[in-house]
Design a protein around this ligand. Structure first.
Ligand SMILES: [Zn+2]
Length: 391
């Protein structure tokens, strides 16, 4: 079992790469997934020596994008303004060698509110024709060129283990956690899937080429949402959550066409992304929750070994859910594709020794190949030291 951990760039910059990597290596960590392109957030950092509450910038990169050739894409990477003169990825890669730690480039791709604001014509377009404020459509040629050039540049300019892609496919779900995000209606998993589906003109045209009528699917999606809202008054117990099999429910609701479309697009994107990575001497992996994989339409067959691994986010308070989730995905992923189970070491998950041990055991009994902890900066120092006892 190999152990890895997610690290945010400000952790390394503020604490010092040497301090962090030494601490991680002495507690059994063999690889880090370092965020090199990241979205905004508001975080409490218990052991950061420079700041306690950090408001991360939206949609910036923490490497030097100067040499990145965006292949005529309308979007270009934006360098962090908080760390303008630092190349945190280079520092991490150089220092990690001393500790035999592999650095993977954890790369948030199309989730970027700055790009979506400046180029609303590239944003995901919902069934009502409205542009998403945070997410770009992966089918647009500017989006594809941007992601491919991010991959090529990271692979060619830095000695990274692999490039871990986040939000490089269709959106994973509808609810997003935006400022004051409130929905006064019940959002079932099927509604979430449909409300996060892109129906832009490029998607309609692309789907047509694949023999799928996305316009017709859009009309049916609008009707389903309307009917759900009109029937909401009949819900007797608001606590009862319809959380059963999303794929089955989508089929029953007649949306196999949208699923086929998303799957076909994910295969196209996987081959473009993996080619860009292979040409620059590296490979790609994917990070997602199990539900997110369905929402994004990611093809779990991962055709012809196109990815190095899947980081399956298994953040569950109920520890038995970790085993169930990992085992369910393991069944559908080819044996040659490793699954790294994402275990959250922050409150209210694996925040103490007994929950940590049980969570790791649950992931391994679900046949995870290795473990990736989330994440260094939010975790308390004592739980990081506890990782040493897992060996
Ligand atoms: Zn689209």
């Amino acid at each position: 079992m190999r152990l890895g951990i997610y690290v945010h760039p400000w952790d390394l910059a503020d604490e010092g790469a040497k301090t962090v990597l030494h601490k991680l290596a002495s507690n059994g960590i063999e690889f880090i997934n370092l965020a090199v392109s990241y979205h905004s957030g508001r975080f409490f950092l218990p052991h950061n020596p420079r700041r306690k509450i950090y408001n991360a910038e939206e949609g910036v990169v923490y490497f030097d994008p100067a040499r990145m050739n965006s292949m005529n894409s309308r979007i270009h990477p934006i360098k962090s303004k908080c760390y303008p003169s630092k190349d945190i990825l280079k520092e991490a890669v150089d220092t990690a060698k001393e500790y035999s730690i592999t650095v993977n480039a954890w790369t948030v791709c199309l989730h970027n509110a700055v790009f979506a604001r400046d180029h609303s014509e590239l944003a995901v377009e919902n069934m009502y024709g409205e542009a998403d404020p945070n997410l770009l459509c992966p089918v647009k040629s500017d989006s594809r060129k941007y992601v491919a050039s991010l991959i090529s540049s990271l692979g060619a300019d830095y000695e990274v283990g692999e490039i871990e892609l986040e939000s490089a496919f269709f959106p994973s779900s509808f609810l997003h956690g935006a400022h004051h995000e409130v929905m006064g209606i019940r959002i079932t998993p099927v509604m979430s899937y449909l409300l996060s589906t892109c129906f832009c003109q490029d998607c309609i045209t692309n789907a047509k080429g694949k023999g799928i009528d996305l316009k017709d699917a859009r009309d049916r999606a609008i009707k389903l949402i309307h009917d759900e809202i009109m029937n909401q008054a009949k819900i007797i117990n608001p606590e009862a959550v319809n959380d059963s099999d999303l794929t089955k429910n989508l089929k029953q609701s007649g949306f196999e066409d949208i699923m086929s479309y998303k799957k076909a697009v994910s295969r196209d994107l996987l081959s473009e992304y993996s080619e860009a990575a292979n040409q620059s001497g590296t490979g790609i992996s994917i990070v997602s929750t199990s539900k997110g994989l369905t929402g994004s339409g990611i093809d779990l067959d991962f055709p012809s070994g196109r990815i190095n691994g899947l980081d399956l986010i298994a953040y569950f308070q109920n520890i038995s859910d970790i085993r169930r989730d990992v085992a369910a995905i393991r069944k559908n992923v080819p044996d040659h594709t490793p699954i790294r189970a994402g275990i959250n070491i922050n409150y209210p998950y694996a925040y103490n020794p007994s929950r940590l041990n049980q969570s790791v055991e649950a992931a391994l009994s679900g046949r995870a190949d290795s473990i990736i902890f989330y994440n260094y900066g939010w975790a308390t120092e004592n739980i990081i030291e506890e990782l040493n006892n897992l060996r």
